[in-house]
Design a protein around this ligand. Sequence first.
Ligand SMILES: *Cc1c(COP(=O)(O)O)cnc(C)c1O
Length: 409
Amino acid sequence: MTDYSEYIKKCEERLKDKFALIDDIAFKNQQKVLKAFQNNRIAVRHFSGTSGYGYGDEGRDCLGKIYADAFHAEAGIVSPHLLSGTHALSVALFGLLMPGDTLLCVSGMPYDTIRPVISGENIGSLKDYGVAFNCISLTEDGGFNFASISEALKSGSKVKVVYIQRSRGYELRDAFSCRQIGEVCAFVRSCGFDGCIFVDNCYGEFVEESEPTDCGADLIVGSLIKNAGGGIAPTGGYICGKDEYIQKIGRRLTAPSIGLEVGSYEGGYRYFYQGLFMAPHVAAQALKCSLLIGLAMTDLGYKNYPSVDKMPYDITRCIEFGNADDMIKFIREVQYASPVDSYVTCEPWDMPGYDDKIIMAAGTFVSGASIELSADGPVKPPYIAYFQGGLTYEHGKCALSAILDALKK
Ligand SMILES: *Cc1c(COP(=O)(O)O)cnc(C)c1O
C-alpha cells in the first residue's frame, strides 16, 4: 500500500480549525456528562444486573436520570428493552398520540423505517389506530417551510405532536443545527401550538454544545448503537424530555397500569453508563473521521455532503460517486479496513423492504452499530454512499489510506 501519511498530515492542517472546535465541543459535552454522573451519585451498585419485575432497580432508574441530566431534560427512559432507534421512536409516538390526533412532521418525509410506523396499512400503524399524518416538505434550499407550518397549525388543528428529524436519513439534505431547530420550535410556539415538539435526534447527540432539548424541543429520541451509546452500549435506545410525556410513554413501553416501575436486566448496566461517559469523545472521533474522509473525497472530485467547508451537524456523510464501480470499491474498503469480518467482500443484495440492491459495510463489534466505522447505500444513480462513524480517529486514517489506494487504481 502507498504511504499516504504526508497527504493525511496536509489534510489535518487544512482541517485544524474545525478539529479544534470539535475538541472544544467534546470538552464541554464531557463536562455535562461528568456532572450528570456526579449529581446523581453514581456508584458501582448501579451497574448490577436485576431479574424478574425489577422493582426498585436503581441502575435502570438512574440511567434514565443521567441521560436526562446530560441532555438538560426533566426525565428519561434509557433501556435495553428499547430495541433500536426505530423502536424508541415508535414507542414514543404511540405513547403520545390518541385516535383523532394529528402528527405533523415539519422536516420532510421521516426516515424510511418510521414511515410504516406512521402510515402503514393493516399492520397496527398510527394510521390504523386513527392518528392522522401531515408532512411538510422542506423549501428548495433545505430550510423549514414556515408558511406551510403556520397553515397546518392554524386554530382548530388537531396536531398534538410536531415532529422534527435532525439528521438526513437517506435524503440529500444536511442535518439541522440546534439553532435551526430552535428557530422552528419558537415559530411553532408562536403559532399557538401547545402540544409536544418531538425530535428524532439520531446521529446528532454530542455533535454540538447544545441538544434540541436546550433549544425548545420537548422530547428527544435516539439509538444507543449510534452516538449516544459511545460505541459501548450493546443495544438500546433513549427517550428524554418533559416528565409528563415521559410518564405517558412509560405506560406505553410497559403497561398502562405499571409505567416505569418495572423492567429488569440481568446483564447489568455498566456498558450503558460507560457508553454515555464515552459518548462525547466518540462522537468527536466520528466527526473527525467524517471530515477527513470528506476532504479526501472532495480532493478526488467526488461531491459530498455536508460540504467540508462547513461544521457538520451530525456524524453522517453522503458521498456521490456517479458510478457503481467506485461506490462499491469505497464500501468494500471500509469493510476490509474493519477490525471484525475484515476478510469479507461486500456484495450488493436485495434487502427486504428496499426496491434497489443495497450494499453495506459494518465490520463492527456491536452488530450493525453505525457509531462504528460503516458505510452503505442503494446501488442506483447517482451512486451515493452513506458513511459514518469511527470509534477512533486513527481508525478513520487507516481506512482512508486503503480507500485512496483502491480508488486511485
Ligand atoms: C438510524 C436512524 C433511525 C432508526 O434507528 P435504528 O436504530 O436503525 O432503528 C431513525 N432516524 C434516523 C434519522 C436515523 O438515522
